[in-house]
Design a protein around this ligand. Structure first.
Ligand SMILES: [Zn+2]
Length: 54
């Protein structure tokens, strides 16, 4: 782990890795999770799915 990396993390510029989605069919949102490869911080957010009504 480099010092510059730690500084970047400290000011909020994380190095986000792959994003993972939890898509439950019964739910109308997708839960996303992403993890920083340097400090391990996680962020989660939800995304509303497109309207499926036909
Ligand atoms: Zn970080």
């Amino acid at each position: 782990m480099t010092t510059i990396g730690l500084i970047l993390c400290r000011i909020g510029l994380h190095r986000w890795g792959r994003k993972r989605g939890y898509d439950e069919y019964s739910s109308n949102v997708i839960e996303w999770e992403q993890r920083c490869e340097r400090c391990g911080k996680r962020k989660r957010w939800v995304e509303v799915k497109r309207d499926r009504r036909r």
